[in-house]
Design a protein around this ligand. Sequence first.
Ligand code: ZN
Length: 507
Amino acid sequence: MKTESVVTLPGMGDAEFRGLGGSSAHFSRDVGVQWVLQPRGTARVRGPQHFRHSVREGVRLSDYEHVLGSDRDALKQLFPAGVARLWGSTPPVRERSAKVTALEERRVGDEVLFYAGKKFVAKARILGLLRNRPLAKAVWGEDEDRQTWEHIMALGDVTEFELPAEPVLRELRVPVPLRSLTLVHAEERRRLLEMSDPAMSSRPERSSPRPERVPTLNREALFRSLSSLKTHIKDERPSRHKPITLLWAIGRLAAQQERMVGWETFRGEVAPLLQDFGLPDSKVTPEYPFWHLRSSGLWSVEGIDQSSTPTPSQLAASRARAGLTADAARVLRRSLARAEAIGLLCSRYLGDVDRDELLERVGLAGYTRASGEQPDSGRRGGSAPRRPVTSSQPDRDQRLVEQIKVMYGHECQVCGSRVETRYSHYSEAAHIRGLGRPHEGPDELANLLCLCPNHHVEFDRLAIYIDEDWAVRRNSTGVVEYQLKLHADHVVEQEYLRYHRGLCGRL
Ligand SMILES: [Zn+2]
């Protein structure tokens, strides 16, 4: 069945680069792209850190010159700019296992899906396969059993995203969580692509070369549009109609409601929001955002075609519909992009609004807190005291909670203080990206902080955030107040801090 050929390049020694150089001609047509399901690894094995280092950023080949050995030429050919994206696996322990099959049958051109915290978090294309223990040791070190990640994949086309992995794994009858390198054959992959997100299928198939489809709107373009909305200025204050309408539309998306909405429904839902959250003395004119949001490039109107702003009765008569464009909706279906968009709209256009209230009204209440929706947040203004934020998290692993607190000796990673109780100490474990809806963050050390109660509340309610250099900044001013304290054994994943900054409107 196997039709792969082994290509040996001049100057290559023992290592084999199978099918190097995108040589699709070496494969028969019916083989097709396979999936390699690759656990990214937990914080305990420094998975997030390794991913950041050797996949997201890539390693400089010149730093590893001394260990490249006979793979040097091939790697330099694959990565002419000198930065290589690599991931590896330890040799399998058992003779017959999913891992053995995957290591033997994966091929150049296959797609790797990285898995972490019940999600697929990235995909990449295999450009080359090699076995190089010295290189693996230099890049990722050794584990407790002196094993290295010597079965190395050279990767290209790295794309990060987030997709729930469970439906796919269940369909494949692979245990959740994914623990082992697992190969999915081409046929099965094709079948599963039909039930998955576009993020997983946007790449062209190797067997049918066609020009890469360029998406008409990517994340960057979406954020450029969101940050430059043309808003009507009244008495030097920009109208809030457009940003409020966009939040409403994002709320519909989050609730998986229809993207395009008829005028009557739109007016019924948006007019009260404009009334309650618009500028105090501005007229409530939902027909303006319904029609004029088109200039943002993120909004489409169907069913009516005219050059001047239609009146409400014209809109009603024409049965016009409006909503986010399909492209904008595609980007905003991903939770990180959604968090960023909500944060941006709130901080840029809605500074004086009670944003907690507004977000609750449009069904986005969970985004006002890093921890997400609270079970007891339904009643507002009640006198019942809130439970501590730590206790309302779903399914959190209590051992991790203890581990982080002990690691820091109950000292707050922000201010260094420690609450002394009569018999012991008190601290709180805070998830950076909340476990609850809508954030669905992972329960792992890389996503946890040890905080004092005050800083926990400030972090959770988005009053402070942590920047890329680990400085703790006040969100209202951007001023650095502290430097985050980090234990040598604690790898905090920047990706989660970035998500939190998105909620803070700080991206
Ligand atoms: Zn503190």
